[in-house]
Design a binder for this molecule. Structure first.
Ligand SMILES: Nc1ncnc2c1ncn2[C@@H]1O[C@H](COP(=O)(O)OP(=O)(O)OP(=O)(O)O)[C@@H](O)[C@H]1O
Length: 396
């Protein structure tokens, strides 16, 4: 099969308009070139993170190439607020910017230029960190998120083959200097791939990651089935019945609960989850990523820890933790946690059937220090609280 055929196979089914995330590096320039050669209708986007002095020039080069190829292109800018881990913050911001660009452009599918080498590098990096099945499994070739389909049509293709194809076409690309900077994990993984022992190859490692991805999909399906029988959502809480569950499936259900309630956007440390499960098994409470857990009548209740939201205050209409409150319009009111003081003003709270600790972290309407409404604690006063749906997978 030719390179173009393999690219089209990786794209199946080809969308009416394909969004292309083009950084200007060899992989994504090859993505752009292959999409144009295949005659697809495309729109391209580049995110300038402003992190390297050359970034703006690279974005201009992509814009110029797109103009030559007749592909509409946009450059989006982002600047780091200094929070979180930089590569991770940049990736999340990039995905969010690209998603909103795609929605504005009427693009339903966005292609990323990850290659087989990226799969092998990621596998090695995660192996070095002692990752489990989820971390070692190959990145997804296609997934839906936020109303958009993301795909990686080059995931089965080697980086060198793509560069050779670019060279044949006289196309140039930018080399990211951090790719060879041993301060970065990925650069060290690249160097390690160039000198693998035991006859191991990039293809082999990518194959192994692919086998693990198949196992992960099966486990995801088993987790979904287990959730139907063993997991229940009780307003903002999650109830899990551990009876008869495989320990690994129980762990995965607890992880889902933590992801939804804690909302961290990345999985908690495996050791922290193992400790929490051990504590629950002997009837002690636990807390991970702002998600509290207690064992109660043979079931685990996962709830929002009040300490994680006690300082959170937003205007009416804005999202508070996982909630959005609506009610009679009124000036000067804000949304914050009910807390112990608020609960004292809700004499009927027990009738609602939620434990005190869950209600403390439930959303309430405040006017200064006065409680206006607490829809989950028996003081609705015309207000209602809608909850975000539980998420699917966290990473792709
Ligand atoms: N600045 C950017 N602008 C547009 N697209 C980008 C940009 N950076 C990366 N991409 C897209 O993401 C693909 C993968 O690039 P890269 O490996 O740097 O990103 P990543 O999403 O951070 O992945 P990883 O998890 O491998 O670090 C690129 O081929 C390209 O499609």
């Amino acid at each position: 099969m030719t390179l173009r055929q393999r690219f089209l196979q990786g794209l199946e089914p080809a969308p009416p308009v394909l969004g292309l995330a083009v950084s200007g590096g060899g992989d994504s320039v090859a993505l752009l070139a292959l999409a144009v050669e295949a005659g697809l209708t495309c729109r391209a986007v580049t995110v300038d993170h402003g992190l390297r002095p050359e970034a703006a020039a690279e974005a201009r080069d992509v814009a110029a190439l797109c103009a030559r190829l007749g592909v509409p292109h946009r450059t989006l800018r982002w600047s780091w607020d200094g929070r979180g881990n930089l590569p991770d913050a940049a990736r999340r911001a990039r995905r969010a910017l690209i998603a909103s660009w795609a929605r504005d452009e009427g693009v339903g599918t966005v292609a990323l230029g990850h290659t087989r080498d990226d799969v092998a590098e990621t596998f090695l990096m995660r192996l070095a960190r002692g990752a489990g099945l989820d971390g070692l499994a190959a990145m997804s070739a296609r997934w839906d998120e936020g109303g958009l389909t993301w795909c990686r049509p080059l995931i089965g293709i080697g980086r060198q083959e793509l560069r050779d194809a670019l060279a044949e076409r006289g196309l140039t690309w930018a080399e990211d200097p951090t790719n060879d900077d041993p301060a970065y994990d990925r650069a060290r993984a690249r160097a390690a791939l160039a000198a693998l022992p035991l006859g191991l190859t990039t293809e082999r490692l990518a194959d192994v990651a692919g086998h693990l991805a198949a196992a992960r999909r099966a486990l995801d399906a088993a987790t979904a089935t287990a959730a139907r029988h063993h997991l229940q959502v009780d307003r903002g809480d999650v109830l899990i019945d551990p009876q008869g569950l495989e320990p690994e499936l129980l762990r995965r259900l607890v992880l889902r609960g933590i992801a939804w309630i804690g909302g961290a956007g990345y999985p908690p440390r495996a050791a922290a989850v193992a400790r929490a499960l051990e504590a629950l098994t002997v009837g002690r409470p636990a807390s991970v990523q702002g998600c509290g857990m207690v064992a109660q009548n043979g079931r685990f209740r996962l709830y929002r820890d009040w300490s994680a939201v006690r300082g959170l205050r937003v205007p009416v209409g804005a999202r508070w933790d996982r909630w959005r409150l609506t009610g009679p319009a009124q000036d000067g009111v804000t949304i914050a946690a009910l807390g112990p003081e608020g609960l004292l003003c809700c004499p009927e709270w027990r009738a609602e059937g939620l434990p005190r600790r869950s209600l403390m972290a439930s959303p309430a309407v405040w006017e200064g220090a006065n409680l206006v409404a607490a829809p989950l604690a028996g003081r609705a006063e015309g207000w209602s609280a809608a909850l975000d749906p539980p998420p699917g997978r966290i990473s792709h």
